[in-house]
Design a protein around this ligand. Structure first.
Ligand code: HEM
Length: 139
């Protein structure tokens, strides 16, 4: 019985995240620009770290890897914990201390919330906050 309840909660949590990503793709398309607008509005000092990224290649790879981690995490969870832990560590060498690494996932959530507007429900918010809290513990 405990397992059944836990499974149902996981499905609900995952379903909200997947529904967000589907909705963002359908109504907005590529969310990269919206994500960096949120990131640099919240952390203006981080923008200068991308001065070598003249063709946006790094920025787009980050969005792609972030989305892949999220989808894996709410799905089979085969790779996301390892990728997040490794990237958190590597980013220290890029000028992003471990405790600031999560700001990118926060910017993703905030961009999606803007795009979803009134369709961003309290349950959606809880699902994203729960996942981001869990991401922050992955070291
Ligand atoms: C505030 C948070 C973050 C900042 C400021 C940041 C910044 C950067 C910078 C400056 C680089 C280029 C490093 C170099 O080549 O010298 C980079 C690379 C990269 N970052 Fe981030 N990052 C953040 C979070 C993340 C997250 C959460 C992910 C995904 C889980 C991620 C994935 C990547 C990937 C895949 C690359 C390599 C891109 C490539 O070379 O094609 N980053 N990051």
């Amino acid at each position: 019985m405990v397992l059944t309840i836990s499974r149902a909660e996981h499905m609900t949590y995952a379903a909200h995240i997947v529904a967000t990503l589907e909705s963002v793709a359908a109504r907005h398309g590529d969310p990269a620009d919206a994500i960096y607008t949120e990131l640099f509005a919240a952390h203006p000092d981080l923008e200068s770290l991308f001065w070598l990224d003249r063709d946006d290649g790094v920025r787009r790879s980050m969005v792609q890897q972030g989305l892949e981690c999220i989808l894996d995490y709410v799905g089979d969870r085969l790779t996301a914990p390892q990728i997040i832990a490794a990237a958190r560590h590597h980013h220290d060498g890029y000028g992003v201390p471990a405790d600031r690494f999560d700001a990118f996932f926060v910017a993703m959530r905030d961009a999606f919330r803007q795009i979803m507007s009134a369709d961003w429900t309290p349950a959606t918010d809880r699902a994203w906050n729960q996942m981001l809290t869990e991401f922050a513990t992955i070291r």
